[in-house]
Design a protein around this ligand. Structure first.
Ligand SMILES: Cc1cc2nc3c(=O)[nH]c(=O)nc-3n(C[C@H](O)[C@H](O)[C@H](O)COP(=O)(O)OP(=O)(O)OC[C@H]3O[C@@H](n4cnc5c(N)ncnc54)[C@H](O)[C@@H]3O)c2cc1C
Length: 379
């Protein structure tokens, strides 16, 4: 674990809105730097929505920096290769030149972060919904209470009320495809011949656009991402239309049969959000609140966690908080901007389907080490 020294005796207070991956990371990192941190989560409990998640070197280094890497590694998995298929034929097998990457369930990652937040003494308030903020350092809650902080962190996701209350200039655009994400038992022994420990990104452009991202999370759990255009009523149907998925991916039958039994499955679309700036006065935005991106490069949470972690380090610097926030944005934003752009292009053109999509440029964010602020992995 990286030890971080307190630079001032005065205890500063941070109010963090949102208990997702970005908010928890910001809260832990600030707390480690000596801040008093209150985290406001609108839901009745801290929990992750979704199914599985990929983290790369950048996100794993954040976990190391905030002291929960070992817990995450205990029940997560690095496949031998990232395989891409087109119409059931392998078009590429990528191993990223040894760059660390890992797949896990979202619940596992979230639990590790929530445990660590409690351990370091973050005050967690559930049923505490933020409805707005003021640049002077105030967070307004749905209860009518207004809490003050030396720093307010808006980590309240893509629909951020903190962001919207401050009138940031923003561009937002959606993708044409969406995804059903589920965790099912691995069923590795029932799948027949194949390298079923690999990630397999199975694309079909014809007769319909349908893709399954097959991602083993550990020995027991498999993350399935079933992608189809939102204009396709059968591909986007939940619970799963078993027939339409079996037609294209018959070899996954045991997994798909279990997937179709999941009643509360969701079909989610995704969007890109781009702001003119990530901070206003004492308020900083991290994660999807500030820079939601398409999942093509599996970097939304990775970038969110990096930005939350570096925010906590950079507020220790600068003549004023406002100056420190501007310097923080200048330091890490180019990586997020590039990753957002590449992810949106891939989503719009479905170019990951051609294989070998993880070029050195596409792996820019993944190769970044947020502790030493260098690209610590060779291209
Ligand atoms: C299909 C898909 C696949 C993806 N795969 C990956 C991947 O493999 N790797 C990766 O790095 N990223 C991935 N991402 C992106 C990643 O899921 C997000 O970037 C990440 O979850 C954002 O985390 P966050 O904490 O910023 O926001 P959120 O996860 O949205 O968390 C926001 C939190 O704030 C709470 N909240 C909301 N409003 C309020 C409020 N007003 N007051 C208080 N609390 C509030 C919510 O309940 C929630 O707990 C994927 C995204 C999609 C859509």
């Amino acid at each position: 674990m990286v030890s971080i020294n307190k630079t001032s005796d005065k205890t500063r207070v941070a109010q963090v809105a949102g208990g997702g991956f970005s908010g928890l990371t910001a809260a832990i990192a600030l707390r480690q730097n000596g801040w008093d941190v209150v985290l406001h989560e609108k839901s009745p409990e801290l929990r992750a929505f979704g199914a599985g998640i990929y983290l790369w070197h950048n996100g794993l280094r954040v976990l190391e920096g905030i002291g929960c890497l070992n817990e995450v590694l205990e029940d997560s998995f690095t496949p031998p290769a990232y395989e891409t298929w087109m119409h059931n034929k392998t078009v590429s097998k990528e191993t990223f030149n040894g760059l660390p990457w890992r797949i896990m369930t979202r619940a596992h990652l979230h639990d590790a972060l929530a445990n660590r937040a409690r351990e370091v003494g973050v005050e967690i308030r559930t049923n505490s919904e933020a409805v707005g903020a003021e640049a002077s350092g105030k967070l307004k809650l749905a209860s009518g209470e207004v809490v003050e902080g030396d720093l307010i962190v808006g980590a309240d996701g893509v629909g951020s009320k903190v962001r919207d209350s401050l009138g940031f200039e923003q561009e937002r655009w959606g993708a044409t495809d969406g995804i059903i994400r589920l965790i099912v038992p691995r069923h590795k022994d029932k799948l027949g011949h194949g390298e079923w420990d690999n990630t397999i990104d199975m694309w079909n452009h014809w007769p319909r656009v349908q893709r399954i991202l097959y991602s083993p999370c550990n020995d027991r759990e498999l993350y399935l991402g079933l992608m189809a255009p939102s204009a396709d009523p059968r591909g986007s149907k939940v619970p799963l239309d078993l027939e339409v998925w079996m037609e294209m991916f018959p070899f996954l039958e045991p997994c798909l049969v279990d997937a179709a039994k999941i009643e509360d499955a969701r079909y989610d679309t995704y969007q890109t959000t781009k702001l003119n700036t990530w901070s206003r006065g004492k308020v900083a935005l991290v994660g999807d609140a500030g820079h939601a991106m398409c999942p093509a490069l599996a970097q939304g949470a990775g970038c969110g966690m990096v930005n939350a972690f570096t925010l906590a380090q950079d507020v220790e610097k600068g003549a004023s908080l406002e100056e420190a926030l501007a310097d923080w944005e200048k330091s890490v934003r180019p990586i997020t901007d590039l990753t957002q752009k590449l992810s949106a292009d891939h989503a719009a053109n479905r170019t990951m389907s051609y294989g070998n999509g993880f070029t050195p440029e596409a792996l820019t964010a993944a190769r970044f080490d947020p502790i030493n602020r260098v690209y610590s992995w060779p291209q």
